[in-house]
Design a protein around this ligand. Structure first.
Ligand SMILES: [Ca+2]
Ligand SMILES: [Ca+2]
Length: 328
């Protein structure tokens, strides 16, 4: 600031102190270098003489920022959609280090064009004005041309949507290509593993127990693969694998294991499970053994897995004379 001119009168013709000040700076000189930001500021000059008499006057200084911000932005910005299926991205995310000669910079952003065929507007900004944030949706994924405009101000534009003409002369624009991706595979939870007894209604088990599947965007398909590892007795495991695919080809899967138990193990030494026919002695000579009914083993299959029978050819053992025993 320039020095103030001072007219002295009275018995004290010279000053002993000067001050020059604004709201930011106070100098003990007549004029000098003061700090200003943009705006209108009062500068006060004070002079005091040897007699302690003080004179004061002031002037107003208007500081105007005539230089738009130095804008730095990336040509592309990738956005990964989170689990809600949309993303509200703040305008500052698209900045790459913009500055201004007068200090602060402020950011707003909007789509260059409204989406065609679907809506993806910021809450409270359906008209696609410059705003503090911009919304991207599942429909934006894989789109080849989503262009947004980042506007950088050197004057505070306030919160929320603003008109395109706000602070004209105090902003500069940058066009950025937004690449929106869905990298979240479907969320899938298999039905819990179960153990059932042999003979249970497996169709009912498979039908009533389903997987819980969701996706941040939308599902394309749900496939089920059933790997039947039951043995010949009907026991073992059934491994049921669910495979979910979303509309952007992300996949996830899980496997449910259904264990089928043998109800009871066959024990051939248990007379309750296996009863051999009584020994039979035939007193005859040259009798045809095929005509002898010696009985058959009786197997109690209640609560048992199926028991496989392996009949052996009848074996004749001649004991003495006309006496022989029949064995299986
Ligand atoms: Ca500026
Ligand atoms: Ca997804």
């Amino acid at each position: 600031m320039p020095a103030a001119s001072v007219n002295y009168s009275g018995a004290c013709p010279t000053a002993i102190t000067y001050t020059t000040s604004n709201v930011f700076t106070a100098l003990n000189t007549n004029g000098g270098i003061l700090f200003f930001t943009t705006g209108v500021y009062k500068v006060v000059y004070t002079v005091t003489d040897h007699c302690g008499m003080t004179g004061r006057d002031s002037t107003y200084v208007t500081v105007y920022d005539a230089s738009v911000p130095n804008l730095v932005c990336n040509p592309q910005q990738t956005i990964n959609l989170p689990s809600p299926g949309f993303a509200d991205i703040r305008a500052t995310v698209f900045d790459a280090g913009s500055t201004d000669n007068c200090g602060h910079v402020y950011f707003k952003i909007k789509r260059m064009f409204n989406p065609s065929g679907y809506s993806c507007s910021n809450p409270g900004n359906p008209a696609n004005h410059f705003d503090d944030l911009i919304r991207f949706c599942c429909q934006d994924v894989d789109s080849s041309s989503i262009r947004v405009i980042l506007r950088v101000y050197d004057a505070y534009p306030g919160d929320g949507p603003v008109s395109d003409s706000l602070h004209r002369g105090h902003y500069v624009d940058c066009m950025i290509e937004a690449i929106v991706l869905d990298k979240i595979a479907p969320d899938i939870t298999c039905p819990y593993n179960v153990t059932v007894s042999c003979g249970a209604d497996l169709d009912s088990v498979l039908l009533t127990m389903g997987a819980f599947i969701s996706d941040n965007c939308a599902l394309l398909s749900i496939d089920t693969i059933i790997d039947n590892q039951l043995d010949a007795c009907g026991s073992g495991e059934i491994r049921r694998t669910f495979i979910a695919t979303d509309i952007h080809r992300q996949q996830s899967s899980c496997t449910q294991i259904i264990t089928v138990l043998k109800t009871k193990t066959f024990n051939g030494l248990d007379p309750n499970q296996l009863k051999w026919p009584e020994h039979k002695i035939v007193y005859a000579c040259r009798i045809d053994s095929d005509t002898i009914n010696a009985g058959i083993p009786i197997i109690n299959e209640d609560d048992l897995v199926p028991v496989f029978r392996h009949p052996k050819k009848m074996k004749n053992t001649i004991l003495t004379g006309a006496v022989f025993a029949l064995k299986f």
